[in-house]
Structures are given as C-alpha cells and as structure tokens.
Write a protein that binds this ligand. Sequence first.
Ligand code: SMG
Ligand code: MG
Length: 366
Amino acid sequence: MKINAIELRRIAMPLRAPFRTSFGVETARDIVLVRVVTPEGEGWGECVAMSEPLYSSEYVDAALDVLKRFLIPALPEKVDARAAKRAMKPFKGHRMAKAALETAVLDAQLRVSGESFGSFLGASRDRVPCGVSVGIMDSIPELLESVSEFVEEGYVRIKLKIEPGWDLAPVRAVRERFGDDLLLQVDANAAYTLADARQLAKLDDFDLLLIEQPLADDDLVQHAALAKQLKTPVCLDESIESVEHAAAAITLGAASIINIKPGRVGGYLEAKAIHDLCVAHGVPVWCGGMLETGLGRAANVALAALPGFVLPGDTSASRRYFATDITTPFELADGHLDVPTGPGLGIDPIQDILDSVTTSSEWIKF
Ligand code: SMG
Ligand code: MG
C-alpha cells in the first residue's frame, strides 16, 4: 500500500465529569488523531497519550513531535501495519505515538481488503462484556451514587481507583452496598510502595478480582514480592510496555493477570502478541482503556473479543466520558458492546462533529 498523505489532527473533547486518579484529574481529553490517506482508502488511529506525562512518560506534544520528526518519515514507500511496526522499531519508546500510526495504517489496509479489525486480530465473539472505571471521589456517598448509576446502566464489573487514604473505606462501602456478587477490582496507578504491603493485604477481605498496578511501573521485582503477601491477584498495567515485559512479569511472578492497552504497548500487533503469550501461559488478560473516542474504542472492542480476554475490560460506552462522541456512539446493551463488523475499524468519524472539536490540523504529503 502506498501512502499519499497523513493528517495529524488534534482534537479537544470535554469530559462529562472530572475523572480523578492517584496521579491527577482529567477534565477534557486532548487527543491526536492520525489519518492515513492512500489511493484506495483512508485509515484512522487515535493516540492515547495524555496532555501531561503523569500516567506514563508520553504526552501529546511529544507524540506529535516524534510522529512528524521521526516516525512518519521512517515509513517505507510500500507499507502495511507490520512494515510500519518494523520501520518504527529503531526509535526508543513513544509507544502511544507508534500505536496511533500503526493503527491508522492497519485501518487503511483493512478497509481496502474489506476485513474487520476483529477478524484480523482473531476475535471469537461478536460482543464483549463491559466494565467501568470509577474515579476517586470527595466522599463515600458520592462514590456510592456514581457506582449505583453504572450498575443500573448494566456494567458487569466495577473498577475503583484507589490511592493511600482512599482504599479500604471505599472498597468496603461498595461491597456492603452492592453485595458479594458484584465483580469488583481496584486500580492504584502506581500510588503505593512495598512498605504498604500490610495495608494492601487488608483488601484481601473484599474478594476483589484483582489489584491493578499497586507499585511503580519499573518495580517488577517488588510486585513479585508484594504478590506473595496478598491473596488478591496482582494485575499489571503501566509496567507492561511490550511482550518482553509481559514475559518477564509472568516469569518473576509479578503479575497473575495482565491489562492490555494497545497504546501503551505500541499497537494492536504487540497487543495481540501479549495476548497470545498470556494464553500460552494461562494468564488471564483484559482490555484497558484510555478514555478513547469511538475510533479508539472500536479497535479496543475488537481486541477484547479475542479468546484470552476472559475478564471484562474498561471498554465502557461513549457516554461514560463524552456527551457527544466523534463517531456514532457506542451504547451498552445488556452490559455489552457489539464488536464492529465493517471493514477496518468499522466506524467513521462524523465530519461536522470532528471539525467542531478540532483544535489544529497538519498535513504531511508524500
Ligand atoms: O477508558 O475507561 C477508560 C479509562 C480506564 O481507568 C482507566 N484508565 O490506569 O487503567 C488506567 C486508567 C488510565 C487513564 S487515567 C486518566
Ligand atoms: Mg490502570
């Protein structure tokens, strides 16, 4: 496939409500969309980097810069997703930027060949069960109100964001109010240290599905030590940026469950490789989320339909974050989202909505 031009379009999407984690509060999404134009068709990729390097070292301005300066110029004349991944490999890091470009190339390639993301990746289901991630709140009553709305909407699993000072009490309150049958898990976004092991072990009483990324991203050995002190399974998110990291985490006993986010690991090809490795080792995986628009969500839902994704993902409906999505909104039905079946992502941006949220656009011509 030959590329004629690539558009780097930056959009600003207000969130319906602030989303607080242990590292900060998000009130809007600042997103780079990559649009690959070929003679036969177009493809889209969404960069999941945040405005500031707080979740990981990546951030939006850096993603734009590395795309323009290094990643796009490195693409070979004839390209598909695999060739794009190979061409970008020499550049260290910047996995979210790489994932966006690789996804746009893959989408274009699949739209031309008429195959869906789900079929290309190996999806084995036509819909996926959905969980929702619930931010840190100012009070327990506010949290219970929010969780109750999500449960009523049909979400099949609740994830509570935690941090020191907001862990046992919210988990206990949600367990007491919604009962033992609620699938419940927590995510610390690296807010603890191994010295907190005894506090974290108190969460064992609440029958959680997992505790996600309790310690720092580069603390694999400490996660292995922590896992020995907890009954709650340890799941890694930020620590896993490649299939090699996943292999190391499994070998060390640092994680018994892995959260797969295609942006964090450099794209859907790497995400699929991590899935395959985990299946081979009997390690359950689930699909993470980065507050994606409908474009990123479409690809995530396709990935979440692979057989190793045995736990509900952070693949919530569009309205969880956005009053107006840039695509036809994803809507929950019986706690599930349908896997798109059309070619490529199977969904398109709605031009006037896209234009109304666009803050800048730049074309790179080939
Ligand atoms: O898309 O629903 C979503 C976000 C889910 O909690 C979520 N993501 O660490 O897993 C995580 C966070 C990262 C983004 S927080 C701003
Ligand atoms: Mg996480």
